[in-house]
Design a protein around this ligand. Structure first.
Ligand SMILES: *[C@@H]1O[C@H](CO)[C@@H](O)[C@H](O)[C@H]1NC(C)=O
Ligand SMILES: *[C@@H]1O[C@H](CO)[C@@H](O)[C@H](O)[C@H]1NC(C)=O
Ligand SMILES: *[C@@H]1O[C@H](CO)[C@@H](O)[C@H](O)[C@H]1NC(C)=O
Ligand SMILES: *[C@@H]1O[C@H](CO)[C@@H](O)[C@H](O)[C@H]1NC(C)=O
Ligand SMILES: *[C@@H]1O[C@H](CO)[C@@H](O)[C@H](O)[C@H]1NC(C)=O
Ligand SMILES: *[C@@H]1O[C@H](CO)[C@@H](O)[C@H](O)[C@H]1NC(C)=O
Ligand SMILES: *[C@@H]1O[C@H](CO)[C@@H](O)[C@H](O)[C@H]1NC(C)=O
Ligand SMILES: [Zn+2]
Ligand SMILES: [Zn+2]
Length: 832
């Protein structure tokens, strides 16, 4: 999830905003002022050299030097490499343009429209670079520091390693070119124009995959697609020497003509500014001039040559004999009228670059030295195509956000009662909310980086914000219920510390008083049908105390106020954490690639652990059925989608590196969590936990053992209460709330035909429950041991309350969605 532009500039922007009102713009001291004058004077001097020199005046091999910083003999730069580099560039141009190359370079080609090149190269290209054998290694000691820095000749004493020094044999490279109408200058017939580029270059040979990002300025020859770029600093007057880097007389004079007046303009603007701009051609991203105290860095001169566009035309799309009017194509791309565009190759370029003060020469990886199928020099897309892709990506993300919202709303509807809310893990939803808040911030700030596609961006950001609002609302509901529940438990522990455990004997609480609001609970028979048609007993979720009448009467209002107070803290904590996380992430987008990849892998792993708190809560409370299955599966899928895109799609909009292995780990981790949730649902929430690891919780599905007193058996034996009720003779292990009533029973009521079964009466649906019982006596132990495994599923069919009433699982679960009270005796039930 790397951000496209350097976020340092963004962070700087924020800091700048914060400091905007700070009044201290320090007075330019006299020395700074005179230094600025000196800088300007030097620039004029450099310009006059540009103005007055001729093609071939700079030639290291012929011992011809220019009086420009970095191009003098005594500076010690590796200008002997320039001839070889120019030769490589010419070779590339000849290879790409064929027999037209010479005519193009000398400027006497009659029909430039036969070259199918984009005239506007705003866009990006990326690929790999390799070190060329042409280069050599220069050490800091080779550079004459005193010649470069006459004001401060002793600096640098320690001769530090240069920044941006490429030491490996290869690495990734990406070039963003921009050639903006109006801002960039061009000549009358647009044969040459100014261009700026942002270069992102990585070094495989460095520790941790170091990479740099910097700006270059230069000229573009739109007629044949050549670009020459250079860095400029106070150690290297690159832009003033640019005409001398051209590979032909004609290109030299075009560049000189253009630069003569564009540089003139730039210097004039520089002197008229209120705040001095030290170097208008600086290579730093934020536009500040490098101070001389900073580590010196390697300078770059980069040659790019655009490849002719290849068309895959169908015959009917080919009216002009294979010729496509590039002007029309570019206009159609920029201002679409809906005409079908021919299928064409991506914007591609070859590159040769070299550093005069570090000595390396690099080339783009591609044919003929490397197989075409693997490396194709640099390829990318024009700004318009990229904006299109970004827009599609954003719309797709909006769709995933809406799906996410849909699943959430369904889940919230399902989880409308206190007892169901109690089951949902607060942290699971909080992590979802965190993810959506993060998306919101990222989308809002992305518009600073992607100039276009703003409307979809803001719409999507709005959707993300909408999700956050829903999730926070859900969190608030959950928090209120669970804080109340926690307080109730704390109090219970304090007051009934000596009371016996719930499972061994019935709770000694007296029967609760009737509900205070006068609504009588419906007769239990009204709930016939169980979970399939749950009766609406409580109209709103505000009647929470109904579930706990005893508690409601004793503690009343005091339960809610502390929850609200904590809630405020909760929101501010959420916002702080979110903003902190966002800025931490921004910081990590600028570190070395290995550290960055590690950070994002950990970040995604933690984010995708969102089901783990739910699994944990299920274990601790011995409950299950907290979340709908479409919520679990849908959210997992929908939240994995954007991550999958950034991990698996090669040319994604954020230029993140793909890593399929890490993606496999992430997918596997989500899958494991889903499996854990599923097994908890089917086999019980604690089946993979050893007994004793989790705190004791009431087990609604106990193994029923027959003992002499019947102390642990459920009460309400059918033999007494309903002697006429038909008893199923079928061995029916699964939860069947609708037994076949027509099957006549021959067995004695209360005793199943088979040994080890007992029949009870479910008072919710008034049907029978046949439950397996471990008989007392000699074979009891053996049968218990043998039957334990098989009984896991059978035990899921019935539920026994602490007050020893037994119900069908479906019946009681349906009931407990609305109140946590025994339907028979109104005893408080522990939440599910
Ligand atoms: C460029 O050179 C011409 C003479 O060739 C001179 O008149 C002009 O002032 C120079 N321009 C600059 C900006 O130095
Ligand atoms: C450079 O520009 C000046 C005017 O600013 C012009 O007089 C001069 O001829 C130009 N020089 C060249 C070499 O084009
Ligand atoms: C080079 O230019 C500087 C001013 O920028 C000047 O002081 C110096 O004399 C020039 N050197 C030569 C050899 O022309
Ligand atoms: C560039 O790196 C190489 C290899 O580490 C080193 O030998 C050389 O001195 C460095 N050059 C500069 C100018 O720092
Ligand atoms: C370094 O620069 C100084 C001053 O410009 C010059 O006198 C000296 O000869 C240069 N050293 C080398 C090795 O070129
Ligand atoms: C090139 O295309 C970009 C993107 O559409 C546009 O912003 C820019 O103004 C164009 N430049 C020129 C010189 O047409
Ligand atoms: C621009 O094109 C016109 C017509 O082809 C020509 O007369 C003129 O000299 C050209 N200008 C330059 C600067 O090449
Ligand atoms: Zn039932
Ligand atoms: Zn009861």
């Amino acid at each position: 999830m790397e951000v496209r532009r350097d976020p340092r500039s963004f962070v700087l922007f924020i800091i700048l905003l914060l400091l905007l009102n700070s009044p201290d713009t320090p007075q330019q001291s006299f020395s700074a002022h005179s230094r600025f004058e000196e800088t300007i004077a030097e620039e004029w001097a450099h310009l006059s050299i540009l103005n007055t020199t001729h093609y071939g005046d700079f030639d290291a091999a012929g011992d011809k030097w220019l009086n420009l910083t970095g191009l003098r003999d005594e500076d010690g730069y590796a200008w002997d490499l320039l001839g070889g580099v120019k030769g490589r560039v010419k070779e590339q141009v000849r290879m790409l343009l064929g027999e037209k190359a010479e005519a193009v370079l000398e400027g006497d080609l009659d029909d430039y429209t036969s070259l199918e090149m984009y005239r506007n190269i705003s866009g990006f290209v990326q690929g790999e670079w390799v070190r060329s054998p042409l280069g050599r290694v220069l050490h800091p000691s080779d550079i004459n520091a005193s010649a470069l820095n006459p004001l401060n000749p002793d600096f640098p004493i320690a001769m530090p390693e240069y920044d941006r020094n490429l030491t490996g044999m290869g690495g990734p490279i990406r070039v963003h070119l921009s050639e903006t109408e109006g801002r960039m200058k061009t000549d009358e017939n647009r044969t040459v124009s100014e261009v700026t580029a942002r270069l992102v270059i990585g070094d495989d040979g460095s520790f941790g995959g170091n990479w740099w990002e910097f700006m270059l300025n230069g000229v573009h020859f739109p007629r044949f697609g050549g670009v020459v770029l250079t860095t400029t600093s106070d150690r290297f007057a690159g832009i003033f020497a640019l005409p001398h880097f051209q590979i032909s007389q004609n290109l030299y004079s075009s560049a000189q003509d253009l630069l003569n007046w564009t540089i003139h303009d730039t210097i004039e603007r520089q002197t008229n500014r209120v705040y001095p701009s030290w170097n208008p051609w600086t290579s730093t991203l934020d536009g500040s001039a490098e101070s001389s105290a900073m580590n010196p860095h390697c300078e770059f001169v980069v040659y790019l040559q655009e490849h002719p566009v290849q068309f895959q035309l169908k015959p009917e799309q080919n009216p002009t004999n294979g010729q496509i009017d590039m002007g029309w194509l570019e206009h159609e791309l920029r201002y679409p009228t809906g005409s079908p565009l021919p299928r064409r190759s991506a914007l591609s370029m070859s590159m040769v670059g070299f550093s005069p003060n570090c000595g390396f020469v690099i080339e783009s990886k591609g044919p003929p030295e490397f197989a075409r199928s693997v490396h194709t020099h640099l390829a990318g897309s024009k700004t318009e195509e990229f904006a299109d892709k970004a827009r599609h990506g954003i719309i797709a993300f909006a769709v995933t956000l809406s799906l996410q919202l849909m699943f959430l709303v369904k889940q919230m509807k399902e989880t409308a009662t206190p007892s169901t809310r109690n089951r949902v893990s607060f942290y699971t939803i909080a992590m979802h909310a965190m993810g959506d808040g993060f998306s919101f911030l990222a989308l809002i700030f992305l518009h600073l980086f992607l100039g276009s596609s703003q409307l979809p961006l803001f719409t999507t950001a709005f959707l993300a914000l909408f999700s956050v609002v829903f999730e926070l609302r859900f969190l608030m509901d959950i928090w209120t219920v669970q804080a109340t529940e926690r307080m109730r438990q704390d109090r219970q522990q304090a007051t009934t510390a000596t009371a016996p455990g719930q499972t061994s004997t019935p709770t000694p609480t007296p029967p609760p008083p009737p509900p205070s609001d006068g609504t009588l609970p419906l007769p239990v028979t009204a709930a016939r049908g169980g979970a399939t048609t749950p009766p609406i007993i409580i109209p709103s979720d505000g009647d929470e105390p109904l579930g706990n009448p005893a508690q409601a009467t004793t503690t009343g209002e005091t339960d809610r106020t502390p929850g609200r107070a904590e809630l405020g803290a909760l929101y501010s904590r959420y916002c702080l954490l979110l903003i902190g996380l966002f800025f931490l992430t921004l910081q990590f987008t600028t570190v070395r690639s290995t550290a960055r990849a590690t950070y994002f892998n950990i970040f995604c792993f933690l984010y995708l652990s969102f089901w783990t708190p739910q699994i944990y809560r299920n274990i601790m409370r011995n409950c299950r059925k907290a979340l709908r299955w479409d919520f679990v599966l849908g959210q997992s899928f929908v939240r994995m989608l954007p991550i999958t895109y950034f991990y698996a799609v090669e040319d994604n909009v954020l230029f993140s590196h793909t890593d399929v292995r890490a993606l496999a780990v992430l997918v596997g981790w989500v899958w494991i969590q889903i499996l854990a949730l599923a097994s908890q649902e089917i086999l019980g929430s604690r089946f993979f936990i050893r007994e004793g690891w989790a705190p004791p919780a009431y087990d609604y599905h106990p193994i029923l053992r027959e003992d002499e007193e019947g102390a642990t058996m459920p009460i309400g034996s059918t033999s007494i209460t309903s002697p006429t009720s038909p008893t199923s003779t079928l061995h029916n292990p699964d939860d069947n709330s609708e037994p076949d009533a027509s099957v006549p029973s021959l067995s004695k009521p209360g005793e199943s035909k088979e040994r080890g079964k007992k029949v009870f009466d479910c008072s919710i649906c008034a049907m029978d429950i046949e439950v397996p019982v471990i008989p007392s006596g000699g074979d009891g132990e053996g049968a218990a041991a043998a039957g334990l495994g098989g009984m896991i599923l059978q035990r899921r069919a019935y539920m026994v309350t602490p007050c020893r009433h037994i119900f069908h699982t479906a019946c009681l679960e349906g009931w407990m969605r609305y109140r946590l009270q025994c339907p028979n005796c109104r005893e408080i039930l522990p939440p599910l």
